[in-house]
Design a protein around this ligand. Structure first.
Ligand SMILES: N[C@@H](CCC[C@H](N)C(=O)O)C(=O)O
Length: 305
């Protein structure tokens, strides 16, 4: 019998966290040995047979000499990805709460570069989000032969979809790939149909996160995001950055932009000094998980002939 005070040998200590409702299992691979495979990430994220999360974050020792830590991100489907804005804020809170570092600001290495993260006196966490690219190849996105138009500084692509209306979107990378559509009302936007149709479209070789942006006024927007590898989440930090930048480039928004998601509000500032996102990061509970217990049974095993 294992109890909370005597976890099974080989169990991993974890925290369950969220940033504006985008939820994470966060693992500390600095002070315990963890071999996280894509399959184990998928099982941890399973909402019925695991802990349940949109993404799994694993904190490791850095390889870059200027970084305090490295952290890696796995989507709920097990795919490892480049960046996660809400995850970055939770990473900074986790490092402080677990006693791994009291440094503020922190420097974190992700697979595409270094991020600077600050625990603010207000309780929020701010992140300098790194590079933004509007080059289609950086997503990658293949626009060959597609119609497009310019609005302000943004290129708006027109993509015909099988059995659905043609959609218009801006494409950009916040290290990870985003397509942003403007909608009149996020509450009625067809996120469940257009989201997967765009996210899995073959023109996005590595798939894409699809954002539905409603401009409220020049400093306020609403957003829903159908995420690659996770489906619709309650918030997407890189998606909020992509949406704010798209609105600014289209001449519809001015920095800073408050982006209201279904799970909370994120503030995005984008100017000559860079891209900065601020928002909440919350620990919900902590515990131990035995990775060997993460087995998903075959459905109807007993009656399969
Ligand atoms: N929820 C995240 C983004 C997580 C990764 C994304 N689904 C992808 O595949 O790129 C955020 O807050 O940015």
């Amino acid at each position: 019998m294992h109890t909370l005070s005597s976890p099974p040998p080989g169990a991993w200590r974890f925290a369950k966290m969220h940033g504006a409702g985008n939820d994470f299992v966060v693992l500390d691979a600095v002070s315990q040995p963890i071999e996280l495979t894509p399959e184990l990430a998928r099982r941890l994220a399973d909402r019925h047979f695991g802990i349940g999360a949109d993404q799994i974050l694993i904190v490791e020792n850095p390889m870059h000499p200027e970084a305090d830590f490295r952290y890696r991100i796995f989507n709920a489907d097990g795919g490892e990805v480049e960046h996660c804005g809400n995850g970055a804020r939770c990473f900074a809170r986790f490092v402080r709460e677990q006693g791994l570092s009291r440094r503020n600001p922190l420097r974190a290495e992700i697979c595409t570069g270094l991020l600077t993260l600050t625990l603010e006196d207000s309780g929020e966490v701010s992140v300098d989000m790194g590079q933004v690219s509007f080059e289609p190849g950086s997503l990658p996105f293949d626009p060959d032969g597609l119609a497009s138009r310019r609005q302000g500084d943004a290129t708006i692509w027109q993509l015909p979809l099988d059995g659905l209306p043609t959609v218009e979107f801006a494409a950009l990378a916040i290290s990870n790939p985003h397509a942003v559509l403007i909608v009149d009302d996020v509450a009625t936007a067809p996120v469940g149909t257009l989201g997967p149709a765009i996210t899995h479209h073959p023109r996005f070789a590595n798939e894409v996160n699809t954002g539905f942006l409603q401009v409220v006024d020049r400093h306020n927007a609403r957003l829903r995001v159908y995420e690659r590898g996770a489906g619709e989440t309650l918030a997407c930090g890189t998606g909020a950055c992509a949406a704010a930048i798209t609105g600014i480039r289209m001449g519809l928004l001015d920095s800073p932009v408050k982006v209201q998601t279904r799970g909370g509000c994120l503030t995005i500032a984008w100017n000559e000094t860079g891209l900065r996102m601020s928002g909440p990061a919350t620990t919900v509970f902590q515990g131990w998980i035995d990775p060997h217990a993460l087995v998903r049974p075959t459905e109807f095993k007993d009656i399969a002939a």
